[in-house]
Design a protein around this ligand. Structure first.
Ligand code: KG4
Ligand code: ZN
Length: 350
């Protein structure tokens, strides 16, 4: 079964065709990063206009006939960006006479480790997503930092999250503050590479939420993070002791990265200790981070679970994850899906 997926929730215009949920036949991603670079972050108005300009070409390039269904991200994300993809998908589904399947963007990030390229070596060793359940999901991107309990494939319950900034946002804001460019994650990753992790690295708050804060909304503080204090700490640190040279700057960002990665690794360890999981499934742009990959490998090994990471090209936003996960939703769709609206604050499991 071939499903065509469309993704426009943020600053990537993407379309892909995936066979039977895992085998990626085509995968086209147009990234708007250069358009947003001058602003140091995504500008919603610029993003939606660029989606409108690009969606047609991107879909045309990825299209492979025959397609048995069309899938699309309907949340979470920027409303004006989501609308472009959703309306394109509705038009396409109607004109092809195939069902439309709405997909949650965060749930789709957790499908990325199960994707592999048609014709290439099968990079994903997992027999099937079902064989890896129950799993702990960790979605880490520019918009989200969420720990998700996955008792079976297709079931999601949030057990922890950030109370303010997402991990990617914390990287992006730090890079902006230090004038290192946008997006900040890859730049900080590069600057920090090669810096030895020693006790005398500059220290930053460990991202622990204030106990009893209402923002926890019923979640366990032990499984949540708060990253907004980090950038303030960085600002004060730079004001007080501006780095004198590149070596000092590299040590500064390595310490900052260590605080983020340490918090993510620590909550993951705690979550893995709470249930007999089989796997740790990780997705999202921040899962490209070299240091995070090392730490998560240690955490998974210590807990005796399998670590499932996506291939680098499927870590950031793409449509293969949308078309892929939709295969597990193919039986729950009907014509009513054409009435689906965007839901910018959609949560996993909703
Ligand atoms: O998943 P993604 O492409 O888009 C969202 O759904 O948000 O993630 C983008 C985020 C950005 O904040 C970017 O700085 C971060 O992922 N990122 C990284 C790295 N590569 C991208 N963060 C840390 N280390 C990296 N190597
Ligand atoms: Zn994303």
């Amino acid at each position: 079964m071939n499903i065509l997926g469309i993704e426009t929730s943020c600053d990537e215009t993407a379309c892909a065709v995936v066979k039977d949920g895992r085998e990626v036949l085509t995968n086209v991603v147009y990234t708007q990063i250069p358009l947003h670079q001058p602003y140091g972050g995504v500008v919603p108005e610029v993003a939606s206009r660029a989606h409108i300009e690009k969606i047609h070409g991107v879909v045309k390039e990825a299209m492979r006939a025959p397609v048995d269904a069309v899938a699309v991200t309907y949340g979470p994300g920027l409303a004006s960006s989501l609308l472009v993809g959703l309306n394109a998908a509705k038009g396409l589904a109607l004109s092809l006479g195939v069902p439309l399947i709405g997909v949650n963007h965060i749930e789709a990030h957790l499908h990325t480790p199960f994707l592999f390229d048609a014709g290439g070596p099968r990079s994903c060793a997992a027999e099937s997503p079902e064989s890896c359940m129950p799993a702990l999901g960790l979605a880490v991107s520019g918009g989200h930092t969420t720990w998700i309990d996955m008792p079976s494939y297709g079931a999601y319950e949030i057990i922890g999250q950030t109370l303010d900034d997402a991990a990617g946002e914390a990287f992006d804001k730090a890079a902006k503050l230090l004038g290192l460019g946008y997006p900040g994650g890859p730049v900080i990753d590069r600057w920090a590479r090669g810096v030895p992790i020693t006790d005398d690295l500059p220290r930053f708050p460990k991202g622990a939420p204030r106990p009893g804060t209402a923002a926890l909304a019923g979640l366990d503080a032990d499984l949540c993070v708060s990253f907004s204090g980090l950038k303030t700490a960085l600002l004060y640190s730079v004001r007080k002791n501006p780095p004198k040279d590149d070596a000092e700057k590299a040590r500064l960002v390595a310490g900052y990265q260590e605080a983020i990665v340490g918090a993510l690794a620590d909550r993951t360890t705690r979550a893995l200790g709470r249930k007999p999981y089989r796997a740790l499934v990780v997705g999202g742009g921040v899962s490209l981070n070299g240091r995070l990959r090392v730490r998560l490998a240690e955490v998974a090994q210590a807990a005796g679970v399998r670590l499932l990471l996506a291939e680098p090209k499927y870590c950031g936003d793409n449509a293969a994850m949308i078309a892929g996960l939709a295969y597990w939703r193919r039986n729950v769709t009907d014509d009513a899906a054409l009435a689906v609206d965007v839901d910018p604050t959609l949560r996993p499991g909703d």
